[in-house]
Design a protein around this ligand. Structure first.
Ligand SMILES: O=C(O)CCC(=O)C(=O)O
Ligand SMILES: [Fe+2]
Length: 362
């Protein structure tokens, strides 16, 4: 199969296998208990205009409620109609000749799209999925042997080093098995080779456009009357592209250009592609990285396999000359290493590209 996506240059290509945390903490207690442990409550009303014709059904107003527990802080979203799905996400059939054109259009308009007829055999996906589920079903003490996730390994709740917390567990892996530590390999079970094979089969089948991802439920949400808990907080991916595949559980939301959040219908056979910050720079802003987040599900577990395609560390990230046609670059010069370092020092929701934008002369 011919891939229509840009060829992603060599490593680092990392994967996150995530699973919503469930058995890790004592289950979140129902309503009363949750609020009795609140130390501070912040309400951030966010007025949302309905500019996009296909978003009539989404909530006009959204409240983000931050509840601070003694040791952790989780974020909740009030009245997010997470089960009303948006039907306007571009779907691209990679076997069709017009797919390239449609991908460009989707990247310009949405910063994301889903692909079908991607050529990745379903059995590769299900093999990796079942190995991942085996891992996440282990007792916490076993999983922790594969952590912490720096640079690669198991993590839960904490996303990055700057205080971001989510209802999530994850395994951060690299496609280069030598970089996945011995500690990680042994925690993957008696047969880490099987896990590795599943990962390799899956990644080698899609190396030109990346791919992979997984997650699970939070029954206490049922008692919270329409509130949703953040599994993975809003952010843009810093890499060139991310390829996300999840099981049939909802949770992924993306922010449209008008600021409205919409829920992506789950589809375990397709891949969902996001434009990352690096691709935004490479196209001098013609494509824009898409803000997205994952909400916890009260009933079902969600497993996502995400493939992040990033450049080599010393690669300069700059607009591609062939796209420039005499335009000025909107961005200062920087390498992927510099961007990663800066991203590591920021919060998940921060607009990291701001720091690298040229200030327009007035
Ligand atoms: O787990 C998911 O479905 C998405 C997570 C995500 O956006 C990320 O890891 O960058
Ligand atoms: Fe992401």
């Amino acid at each position: 199969m011919q891939s229509s996506l840009p060829k992603v240059s060599k490593p680092p290509l990392h994967f996150i296998l995530g699973i919503n945390r469930q058995e890790i903490n004592p289950p979140l207690s129902p309503h009363a208990q949750k609020y009795s442990s609140i130390q501070s409550l912040t309400l951030q009303p966010k007025s949302l205009s309905l500019l996009h014709p296909k978003t009539k059904h989404i909530t006009k107003k959204e409240m983000v409620v931050l509840s601070k527990q003694t040791t952790q802080q989780y974020s909740y979203i009030k009245n997010s109609k997470s089960t009303t799905f948006f039907s306007g996400i571009p779907m691209i059939d990679l076997s069709k000749p017009d797919s390239k054109t449609l991908i460009v259009k989707a990247c310009e308009e949405f910063g994301s799209f889903k692909v079908i007829n991607h050529g990745v055999p379903m059995e590769f996906i299900t093999d990796l999925e079942s190995e991942a589920i085996k891992f996440f079903s282990k007792p916490l003490s076993e999983k922790e042997k594969a952590g912490p996730p720096n640079p690669f390994g198991y993590g839960n709740k904490s996303i990055g080093p700057n205080g971001d917390i989510g209802w999530v567990e994850y395994l951060l892996l690299t496609t280069n098995p030598e970089n996945n530590s011995v500690r990680l390999a042994s925690a993957l079970g008696k047969n880490p080779e099987k896990f590795r094979c599943a990962l390799n089969e899956y990644t080698s089948s899609c190396e030109e456009y990346g791919l992979l991802n997984y997650y699970p439920p939070c029954p206490e949400l049922e008692a919270l009357n329409g509130e949703n808990m953040i599994g993975f907080g809003e952010h843009t991916d810093p890499q060139i592209i991310s390829v996300l595949r999840s099981n049939n559980t909802s949770g992924l939301q993306i922010s449209l250009r008008d600021g409205n959040w919409i829920s992506v219908p789950p589809d375990h056979r397709s891949f969902f592609i996001n434009v990352g910050d690096s691709l935004q720079v490479m196209t001098n802003g013609r494509f824009q990285s898409v803000r997205h987040r994952v909400l916890a599900n009260s009933l079902k577990s969600r497993l996502s396999m995400i493939f992040f395609g990033g450049p080599p560390l010393n690669e300069r990230i700059a607009p591609l000359p062939s796209l420039m046609k005499g335009e000025e670059s909107l961005y200062k010069e920087f390498t992927w290493f510099e961007y990663k370092k800066s991203a590591y020092g920021s919060r998940l929701a921060d607009n990291r590209l701001c720091l690298f934008k040229k200030i327009a002369a007035s």
